[in-house]
Design a protein around this ligand. Structure first.
Ligand code: SF4
Length: 458
Protein backbone atom coordinates (compact mmCIF):
# COMPACT_ATOMS: atom_id res chain seq x y z
CA UNK A 1 0.00 0.00 0.00
CA UNK A 2 1.54 3.29 -1.09
CA UNK A 3 -0.64 5.69 0.87
CA UNK A 4 1.15 8.43 2.76
CA UNK A 5 0.34 9.89 6.16
CA UNK A 6 -0.10 13.12 4.21
CA UNK A 7 -2.92 11.51 2.24
CA UNK A 8 -4.79 11.02 5.51
CA UNK A 9 -3.91 14.42 6.95
CA UNK A 10 -4.34 17.14 4.35
CA UNK A 11 -4.30 20.83 5.10
CA UNK A 12 -7.29 22.49 3.52
CA UNK A 13 -10.36 24.67 3.92
CA UNK A 14 -13.63 23.80 5.57
CA UNK A 15 -16.33 22.73 5.60
CA UNK A 16 -15.95 19.44 3.73
CA UNK A 17 -13.08 17.37 2.41
CA UNK A 18 -15.20 15.58 -0.19
CA UNK A 19 -17.40 18.56 -1.13
CA UNK A 20 -14.99 21.50 -0.69
CA UNK A 21 -11.37 20.30 -0.77
CA UNK A 22 -11.97 17.58 -3.42
CA UNK A 23 -13.78 19.81 -5.95
CA UNK A 24 -11.09 22.48 -5.55
CA UNK A 25 -8.44 19.82 -6.21
CA UNK A 26 -10.42 18.61 -9.24
CA UNK A 27 -10.56 22.16 -10.63
CA UNK A 28 -6.77 22.43 -10.13
CA UNK A 29 -6.26 19.16 -11.96
CA UNK A 30 -8.43 20.35 -14.82
CA UNK A 31 -6.39 23.53 -15.15
CA UNK A 32 -3.21 21.43 -15.29
CA UNK A 33 -4.66 19.41 -18.17
CA UNK A 34 -5.65 22.57 -20.03
CA UNK A 35 -2.15 23.94 -19.62
CA UNK A 36 -0.46 20.69 -20.64
CA UNK A 37 -2.54 20.60 -23.83
CA UNK A 38 -2.11 24.31 -24.55
CA UNK A 39 -5.84 24.83 -24.22
CA UNK A 40 -5.97 27.37 -21.41
CA UNK A 41 -5.83 30.44 -23.64
CA UNK A 42 -8.22 28.89 -26.17
CA UNK A 43 -10.86 28.50 -23.49
CA UNK A 44 -13.57 31.10 -24.02
CA UNK A 45 -16.10 29.59 -21.65
CA UNK A 46 -16.09 26.94 -18.94
CA UNK A 47 -18.94 24.91 -17.53
CA UNK A 48 -19.03 22.76 -14.39
CA UNK A 49 -21.70 20.18 -13.58
CA UNK A 50 -22.11 18.76 -10.08
CA UNK A 51 -23.82 15.40 -9.67
CA UNK A 52 -25.29 13.26 -6.90
CA UNK A 53 -24.27 14.25 -3.39
CA UNK A 54 -22.08 17.08 -4.70
CA UNK A 55 -25.28 18.66 -6.02
CA UNK A 56 -27.57 17.70 -3.17
CA UNK A 57 -25.42 19.10 -0.36
CA UNK A 58 -23.09 21.17 -2.51
CA UNK A 59 -24.46 24.54 -1.53
CA UNK A 60 -24.27 23.86 2.21
CA UNK A 61 -20.82 22.32 1.81
CA UNK A 62 -19.50 25.25 -0.29
CA UNK A 63 -18.82 23.07 -3.34
CA UNK A 64 -19.72 25.85 -5.77
CA UNK A 65 -17.39 28.38 -4.16
CA UNK A 66 -14.59 25.79 -3.94
CA UNK A 67 -14.91 25.12 -7.68
CA UNK A 68 -14.66 28.83 -8.46
CA UNK A 69 -11.62 29.19 -6.20
CA UNK A 70 -9.99 26.12 -7.76
CA UNK A 71 -10.61 27.33 -11.31
CA UNK A 72 -8.97 30.58 -10.27
CA UNK A 73 -5.82 28.59 -9.52
CA UNK A 74 -6.17 28.50 -5.73
CA UNK A 75 -5.20 25.36 -3.84
CA UNK A 76 -6.77 24.07 -0.62
CA UNK A 77 -3.48 23.90 1.26
CA UNK A 78 -2.39 27.44 0.47
CA UNK A 79 -5.49 29.56 -0.11
CA UNK A 80 -6.01 32.26 2.49
CA UNK A 81 -9.49 31.76 4.04
CA UNK A 82 -10.26 35.51 3.98
CA UNK A 83 -9.10 35.89 0.37
CA UNK A 84 -11.21 32.85 -0.58
CA UNK A 85 -14.37 34.76 0.37
CA UNK A 86 -13.23 37.92 -1.40
CA UNK A 87 -12.34 36.02 -4.57
CA UNK A 88 -15.81 34.50 -4.89
CA UNK A 89 -17.39 37.87 -4.27
CA UNK A 90 -15.35 39.37 -7.13
CA UNK A 91 -16.29 36.56 -9.52
CA UNK A 92 -19.94 37.11 -8.72
CA UNK A 93 -19.82 40.87 -9.00
CA UNK A 94 -17.83 40.93 -12.23
CA UNK A 95 -19.45 37.86 -13.85
CA UNK A 96 -16.04 36.72 -14.96
CA UNK A 97 -13.36 34.37 -13.72
CA UNK A 98 -9.59 34.48 -14.12
CA UNK A 99 -8.67 30.90 -15.02
CA UNK A 100 -5.50 29.83 -13.22
CA UNK A 101 -5.23 33.42 -12.04
CA UNK A 102 -4.24 34.60 -15.52
CA UNK A 103 -6.83 34.07 -18.28
CA UNK A 104 -10.06 36.03 -17.79
CA UNK A 105 -13.29 34.73 -19.32
CA UNK A 106 -16.99 35.46 -18.73
CA UNK A 107 -18.46 33.32 -15.94
CA UNK A 108 -22.00 33.43 -14.66
CA UNK A 109 -22.65 31.11 -11.77
CA UNK A 110 -26.27 30.42 -12.73
CA UNK A 111 -25.33 29.33 -16.26
CA UNK A 112 -21.83 27.95 -15.88
CA UNK A 113 -21.98 26.07 -12.56
CA UNK A 114 -24.86 23.63 -12.68
CA UNK A 115 -26.25 21.57 -9.79
CA UNK A 116 -27.65 18.39 -11.38
CA UNK A 117 -29.86 17.49 -8.43
CA UNK A 118 -31.61 14.56 -10.07
CA UNK A 119 -28.59 12.94 -11.68
CA UNK A 120 -25.80 10.81 -10.29
CA UNK A 121 -22.83 9.41 -12.18
CA UNK A 122 -22.62 5.61 -11.98
CA UNK A 123 -19.02 5.43 -10.75
CA UNK A 124 -19.45 7.36 -7.47
CA UNK A 125 -22.03 9.59 -5.75
CA UNK A 126 -19.62 12.55 -5.70
CA UNK A 127 -19.21 13.15 -9.42
CA UNK A 128 -18.51 16.33 -11.35
CA UNK A 129 -17.75 17.27 -14.95
CA UNK A 130 -15.76 20.24 -16.22
CA UNK A 131 -15.73 21.26 -19.86
CA UNK A 132 -14.13 24.05 -21.88
CA UNK A 133 -15.50 25.69 -25.00
CA UNK A 134 -13.62 27.69 -27.60
CA UNK A 135 -14.84 31.00 -28.99
CA UNK A 136 -16.98 29.12 -31.56
CA UNK A 137 -18.76 27.28 -28.76
CA UNK A 138 -17.14 23.91 -29.46
CA UNK A 139 -16.07 21.66 -26.60
CA UNK A 140 -12.25 21.55 -26.61
CA UNK A 141 -11.76 19.59 -23.39
CA UNK A 142 -13.98 17.70 -21.00
CA UNK A 143 -13.19 15.64 -17.91
CA UNK A 144 -15.15 13.92 -15.18
CA UNK A 145 -13.79 13.72 -11.66
CA UNK A 146 -14.89 11.94 -8.53
CA UNK A 147 -14.29 13.23 -5.04
CA UNK A 148 -13.99 9.94 -3.21
CA UNK A 149 -13.59 11.21 0.36
CA UNK A 150 -10.94 12.89 2.47
CA UNK A 151 -9.97 15.26 -0.38
CA UNK A 152 -8.95 12.37 -2.67
CA UNK A 153 -9.90 12.95 -6.31
CA UNK A 154 -9.93 10.44 -9.13
CA UNK A 155 -10.58 11.08 -12.81
CA UNK A 156 -12.90 8.81 -14.74
CA UNK A 157 -9.83 6.89 -16.00
CA UNK A 158 -8.53 6.35 -12.49
CA UNK A 159 -11.66 5.46 -10.56
CA UNK A 160 -11.71 1.82 -11.64
CA UNK A 161 -7.96 1.38 -11.36
CA UNK A 162 -5.41 1.85 -8.62
CA UNK A 163 -5.11 5.56 -7.90
CA UNK A 164 -1.64 7.08 -8.18
CA UNK A 165 -1.45 7.15 -4.38
CA UNK A 166 -2.14 3.45 -4.20
CA UNK A 167 -0.07 2.34 -7.15
CA UNK A 168 2.70 -0.12 -6.51
CA UNK A 169 5.62 1.56 -4.79
CA UNK A 170 8.68 0.06 -3.27
CA UNK A 171 8.10 0.29 0.47
CA UNK A 172 9.76 -2.04 2.98
CA UNK A 173 6.60 -3.03 4.88
CA UNK A 174 3.60 -3.16 2.52
CA UNK A 175 0.33 -4.00 4.27
CA UNK A 176 -3.22 -4.45 3.08
CA UNK A 177 -5.05 -5.01 6.34
CA UNK A 178 -4.69 -4.98 10.10
CA UNK A 179 -3.60 -8.59 10.20
CA UNK A 180 -0.65 -7.72 7.95
CA UNK A 181 0.31 -4.90 10.29
CA UNK A 182 0.32 -7.24 13.29
CA UNK A 183 2.38 -9.87 11.46
CA UNK A 184 4.95 -7.29 10.30
CA UNK A 185 5.11 -5.86 13.81
CA UNK A 186 5.74 -9.31 15.34
CA UNK A 187 8.29 -10.34 12.72
CA UNK A 188 10.39 -7.16 12.82
CA UNK A 189 9.65 -6.08 16.39
CA UNK A 190 8.16 -2.80 15.22
CA UNK A 191 5.27 -0.73 16.49
CA UNK A 192 2.53 0.24 14.07
CA UNK A 193 3.84 3.81 14.05
CA UNK A 194 7.37 2.59 13.25
CA UNK A 195 6.07 0.52 10.33
CA UNK A 196 4.30 3.52 8.82
CA UNK A 197 7.16 5.94 9.45
CA UNK A 198 9.67 3.56 7.86
CA UNK A 199 7.44 3.15 4.79
CA UNK A 200 6.94 6.88 4.64
CA UNK A 201 10.61 7.52 3.98
CA UNK A 202 10.29 5.56 0.73
CA UNK A 203 7.28 7.48 -0.56
CA UNK A 204 7.69 10.42 -2.90
CA UNK A 205 5.33 12.68 -0.93
CA UNK A 206 7.16 12.77 2.37
CA UNK A 207 10.90 12.76 2.93
CA UNK A 208 10.80 13.90 6.54
CA UNK A 209 7.69 12.33 8.05
CA UNK A 210 8.52 13.48 11.56
CA UNK A 211 8.62 17.16 10.53
CA UNK A 212 5.56 16.70 8.34
CA UNK A 213 3.55 15.26 11.23
CA UNK A 214 4.73 17.90 13.67
CA UNK A 215 3.65 20.53 11.15
CA UNK A 216 0.26 18.84 10.81
CA UNK A 217 -0.12 19.04 14.58
CA UNK A 218 0.80 22.73 14.58
CA UNK A 219 -1.98 23.40 12.05
CA UNK A 220 -4.43 21.33 14.11
CA UNK A 221 -3.43 23.16 17.26
CA UNK A 222 -3.77 26.61 15.74
CA UNK A 223 -7.22 25.57 14.52
CA UNK A 224 -8.16 24.71 18.13
CA UNK A 225 -6.72 28.02 19.35
CA UNK A 226 -8.57 30.03 16.70
CA UNK A 227 -11.80 28.19 17.39
CA UNK A 228 -11.50 29.00 21.10
CA UNK A 229 -11.06 32.69 20.33
CA UNK A 230 -14.03 33.17 18.01
CA UNK A 231 -17.65 33.76 18.98
CA UNK A 232 -20.87 34.62 17.18
CA UNK A 233 -23.25 32.83 14.84
CA UNK A 234 -22.16 30.28 12.25
CA UNK A 235 -22.99 31.15 8.63
CA UNK A 236 -25.59 29.27 6.59
CA UNK A 237 -28.90 30.27 8.12
CA UNK A 238 -29.33 27.72 10.91
CA UNK A 239 -28.55 30.40 13.49
CA UNK A 240 -26.15 28.11 15.36
CA UNK A 241 -24.19 29.90 18.06
CA UNK A 242 -20.52 29.09 18.41
CA UNK A 243 -19.87 27.43 21.77
CA UNK A 244 -16.14 26.88 22.02
CA UNK A 245 -15.27 30.43 23.06
CA UNK A 246 -17.64 30.56 26.03
CA UNK A 247 -16.81 27.03 27.11
CA UNK A 248 -13.11 27.87 27.00
CA UNK A 249 -13.63 30.94 29.17
CA UNK A 250 -15.70 28.93 31.60
CA UNK A 251 -13.07 26.20 31.88
CA UNK A 252 -10.26 28.72 32.37
CA UNK A 253 -12.23 30.43 35.10
CA UNK A 254 -13.33 27.30 36.87
CA UNK A 255 -11.98 27.33 40.44
CA UNK A 256 -9.50 24.63 41.47
CA UNK A 257 -11.81 23.37 44.23
CA UNK A 258 -14.63 23.00 41.70
CA UNK A 259 -12.90 20.31 39.66
CA UNK A 260 -15.03 17.28 38.90
CA UNK A 261 -14.00 13.87 37.68
CA UNK A 262 -15.13 14.64 34.16
CA UNK A 263 -13.39 17.95 33.73
CA UNK A 264 -11.07 16.42 31.12
CA UNK A 265 -14.17 15.52 29.12
CA UNK A 266 -15.21 19.18 29.06
CA UNK A 267 -11.82 20.01 27.56
CA UNK A 268 -12.12 17.21 24.98
CA UNK A 269 -15.52 18.59 24.00
CA UNK A 270 -14.03 22.07 23.79
CA UNK A 271 -11.18 21.00 21.50
CA UNK A 272 -13.55 19.19 19.14
CA UNK A 273 -16.12 22.00 19.07
CA UNK A 274 -13.39 24.57 18.40
CA UNK A 275 -12.06 22.71 15.36
CA UNK A 276 -15.42 21.99 13.85
CA UNK A 277 -16.78 25.48 14.37
CA UNK A 278 -13.73 26.68 12.45
CA UNK A 279 -14.47 24.06 9.81
CA UNK A 280 -18.07 25.28 9.56
CA UNK A 281 -16.95 28.83 8.77
CA UNK A 282 -14.62 27.64 6.01
CA UNK A 283 -11.42 28.22 7.92
CA UNK A 284 -8.11 26.35 7.69
CA UNK A 285 -8.39 22.77 9.02
CA UNK A 286 -6.63 19.44 8.63
CA UNK A 287 -8.71 16.65 7.10
CA UNK A 288 -8.46 13.86 9.64
CA UNK A 289 -9.44 11.83 7.67
CA UNK A 290 -12.21 14.21 6.51
CA UNK A 291 -13.22 17.76 7.28
CA UNK A 292 -16.59 16.86 8.80
CA UNK A 293 -14.70 14.69 11.30
CA UNK A 294 -11.68 16.99 11.57
CA UNK A 295 -12.11 17.60 15.31
CA UNK A 296 -11.89 14.07 16.67
CA UNK A 297 -8.17 13.41 16.27
CA UNK A 298 -6.96 16.87 17.37
CA UNK A 299 -9.28 16.73 20.38
CA UNK A 300 -7.91 13.38 21.55
CA UNK A 301 -4.30 14.38 20.95
CA UNK A 302 -4.82 17.74 22.70
CA UNK A 303 -6.41 15.85 25.61
CA UNK A 304 -3.38 13.56 25.82
CA UNK A 305 -0.94 16.47 25.74
CA UNK A 306 -2.85 18.52 28.29
CA UNK A 307 -3.78 15.84 30.80
CA UNK A 308 -1.27 13.04 30.37
CA UNK A 309 2.04 13.92 28.85
CA UNK A 310 2.78 17.59 28.41
CA UNK A 311 4.18 18.25 24.98
CA UNK A 312 6.37 15.41 23.86
CA UNK A 313 7.18 15.53 20.14
CA UNK A 314 7.85 11.80 19.95
CA UNK A 315 4.36 11.13 21.27
CA UNK A 316 2.81 13.53 18.76
CA UNK A 317 4.56 11.73 15.90
CA UNK A 318 3.63 8.28 17.25
CA UNK A 319 0.02 9.35 17.75
CA UNK A 320 -0.44 10.74 14.25
CA UNK A 321 1.49 7.95 12.52
CA UNK A 322 -0.59 5.30 14.28
CA UNK A 323 -3.80 7.16 13.43
CA UNK A 324 -2.70 7.38 9.80
CA UNK A 325 -1.96 3.65 9.63
CA UNK A 326 -5.49 2.87 10.83
CA UNK A 327 -7.00 5.41 8.43
CA UNK A 328 -5.14 3.75 5.54
CA UNK A 329 -6.88 0.46 6.32
CA UNK A 330 -10.32 2.09 5.98
CA UNK A 331 -9.31 3.98 2.84
CA UNK A 332 -8.04 0.78 1.25
CA UNK A 333 -10.68 -1.71 2.37
CA UNK A 334 -13.86 0.32 2.89
CA UNK A 335 -14.37 4.06 2.45
CA UNK A 336 -13.91 7.41 4.16
CA UNK A 337 -16.64 8.99 2.04
CA UNK A 338 -19.96 9.72 3.76
CA UNK A 339 -21.58 9.77 0.33
CA UNK A 340 -20.60 6.10 0.05
CA UNK A 341 -21.00 4.75 3.60
CA UNK A 342 -22.57 7.45 5.77
CA UNK A 343 -21.08 9.12 8.83
CA UNK A 344 -19.52 5.87 10.03
CA UNK A 345 -16.96 6.61 7.28
CA UNK A 346 -16.19 10.03 8.78
CA UNK A 347 -16.75 10.19 12.53
CA UNK A 348 -16.51 6.41 12.84
CA UNK A 349 -13.16 6.25 11.08
CA UNK A 350 -11.80 9.29 12.93
CA UNK A 351 -12.86 7.71 16.23
CA UNK A 352 -11.18 4.43 15.30
CA UNK A 353 -7.98 6.24 14.26
CA UNK A 354 -7.91 8.33 17.44
CA UNK A 355 -8.63 5.33 19.66
CA UNK A 356 -5.73 3.32 18.26
CA UNK A 357 -3.45 6.35 18.35
CA UNK A 358 -4.22 7.15 21.98
CA UNK A 359 -3.72 3.51 22.91
CA UNK A 360 -0.29 3.66 21.24
CA UNK A 361 0.95 6.70 23.18
CA UNK A 362 -0.45 5.25 26.39
CA UNK A 363 1.90 2.30 25.91
CA UNK A 364 -0.42 -0.18 24.23
CA UNK A 365 0.91 -3.14 22.28
CA UNK A 366 0.11 -3.48 18.58
CA UNK A 367 -2.68 -5.89 19.46
CA UNK A 368 -4.15 -3.49 22.01
CA UNK A 369 -3.94 -0.69 19.43
CA UNK A 370 -5.76 -2.88 16.92
CA UNK A 371 -8.35 -3.66 19.61
CA UNK A 372 -8.84 0.03 20.43
CA UNK A 373 -9.30 0.92 16.75
CA UNK A 374 -11.78 -1.92 16.41
CA UNK A 375 -13.82 -0.76 19.42
CA UNK A 376 -13.78 2.78 18.04
CA UNK A 377 -15.55 1.65 14.89
CA UNK A 378 -17.66 -1.18 16.30
CA UNK A 379 -19.79 1.29 18.21
CA UNK A 380 -20.16 3.68 15.30
CA UNK A 381 -21.41 1.06 12.83
CA UNK A 382 -24.51 2.25 11.01
CA UNK A 383 -23.97 5.93 11.81
CA UNK A 384 -25.82 7.89 9.15
CA UNK A 385 -25.01 11.21 7.53
CA UNK A 386 -27.97 13.59 7.71
CA UNK A 387 -26.70 17.16 7.94
CA UNK A 388 -29.47 19.70 8.41
CA UNK A 389 -29.73 22.05 5.41
CA UNK A 390 -26.69 20.27 4.00
CA UNK A 391 -24.48 22.31 6.31
CA UNK A 392 -21.60 20.68 8.19
CA UNK A 393 -22.98 21.92 11.51
CA UNK A 394 -25.78 19.80 12.94
CA UNK A 395 -25.19 17.04 13.90
CA UNK A 396 -21.58 17.30 12.72
CA UNK A 397 -19.95 19.69 15.22
CA UNK A 398 -21.26 17.99 18.33
CA UNK A 399 -20.71 14.57 16.79
CA UNK A 400 -16.97 15.25 16.76
CA UNK A 401 -17.07 15.76 20.52
CA UNK A 402 -18.94 12.48 20.90
CA UNK A 403 -16.47 10.70 18.62
CA UNK A 404 -13.50 12.01 20.58
CA UNK A 405 -14.90 10.93 23.95
CA UNK A 406 -15.77 7.53 22.51
CA UNK A 407 -12.23 7.16 21.19
CA UNK A 408 -10.76 7.80 24.63
CA UNK A 409 -12.99 5.17 26.16
CA UNK A 410 -12.13 2.70 23.39
CA UNK A 411 -8.42 3.17 24.14
CA UNK A 412 -9.02 2.69 27.86
CA UNK A 413 -11.08 -0.45 27.30
CA UNK A 414 -8.39 -1.91 25.05
CA UNK A 415 -5.61 -1.08 27.50
CA UNK A 416 -7.38 -3.01 30.25
CA UNK A 417 -7.38 -6.10 28.06
CA UNK A 418 -4.52 -8.22 26.74
CA UNK A 419 -5.17 -7.53 23.04
CA UNK A 420 -7.18 -10.73 22.58
CA UNK A 421 -10.74 -10.02 21.41
CA UNK A 422 -13.52 -11.57 19.43
CA UNK A 423 -14.12 -8.96 16.72
CA UNK A 424 -10.99 -7.99 14.82
CA UNK A 425 -10.36 -4.66 13.15
CA UNK A 426 -10.46 -6.24 9.70
CA UNK A 427 -13.88 -7.75 10.55
CA UNK A 428 -15.29 -4.42 11.63
CA UNK A 429 -13.88 -2.59 8.58
CA UNK A 430 -15.57 -5.10 6.29
CA UNK A 431 -18.78 -4.81 8.34
CA UNK A 432 -18.65 -1.04 8.00
CA UNK A 433 -18.23 -1.36 4.23
CA UNK A 434 -21.17 -3.76 3.92
CA UNK A 435 -23.35 -1.63 6.21
CA UNK A 436 -22.55 1.37 4.03
CA UNK A 437 -23.61 -0.52 0.91
CA UNK A 438 -26.91 -1.44 2.55
CA UNK A 439 -27.57 2.08 3.83
CA UNK A 440 -30.28 3.97 1.98
CA UNK A 441 -29.12 6.84 -0.16
CA UNK A 442 -31.00 9.38 1.95
CA UNK A 443 -28.57 8.72 4.81
CA UNK A 444 -25.44 9.23 2.72
CA UNK A 445 -24.69 12.96 2.60
CA UNK A 446 -27.74 13.89 0.59
CA UNK A 447 -29.61 15.78 3.36
CA UNK A 448 -32.80 13.96 2.34
CA UNK A 449 -33.30 11.80 5.43
CA UNK A 450 -32.84 11.64 9.19
CA UNK A 451 -32.35 14.89 11.09
CA UNK A 452 -32.18 16.77 7.79
CA UNK A 453 -35.92 16.22 7.27
CA UNK A 454 -37.17 15.90 10.84
CA UNK A 455 -35.89 19.09 12.37
CA UNK A 456 -37.97 22.11 11.49
CA UNK A 457 -36.04 25.36 11.36
CA UNK A 458 -37.26 28.13 13.63
S1 SF4 B 1 -23.22 13.93 9.51
FE1 SF4 B 1 -21.13 13.10 9.70
S2 SF4 B 1 -20.58 12.47 7.62
FE2 SF4 B 1 -22.36 13.82 7.44
S3 SF4 B 1 -21.48 15.84 7.01
FE3 SF4 B 1 -21.78 15.65 9.25
S4 SF4 B 1 -19.82 14.85 10.07
FE4 SF4 B 1 -19.81 14.55 7.84
Amino acid sequence: MGLSVLDLFKIGLGPSSSHTVGPMVAANRYLEELKQQDLLLQTARIRVELYGSLAQTGEGHATHTAVMQGLSGEKPETIDPDYAVQLVQEIREQNQIRLDGSHTIPFTEANDLIFCFQESLPQHPNGMAIMSFDSAGLVIHKRRYFSVGGGFVLSEDEIGADSPAEAEVNIPYPFENAEDLLIIGDKHNLSIAEIVLTNEKHLPRSKSPREDLLHIWEVMKSCIDRGCSQSGILPGGLNIRRRAHDLHQELLGRPEYDKDHFEAMDWVNLFALAVNEENAVGSRVVTAPTNGAAGVIPAVLAYFLRFINGRDEDDIVTFLATAAAIGMLYKKNASISAAEVGCQGEIGVACSMAAGALCAVLGGTNRQIENAAEIGMEHNLGLTCDPINGLVQVPCIERNAMGAVKAINAARLALRGDGEHMVHLDNVIETMRQTGLDMQNKYKETATGGLAVNVVEC
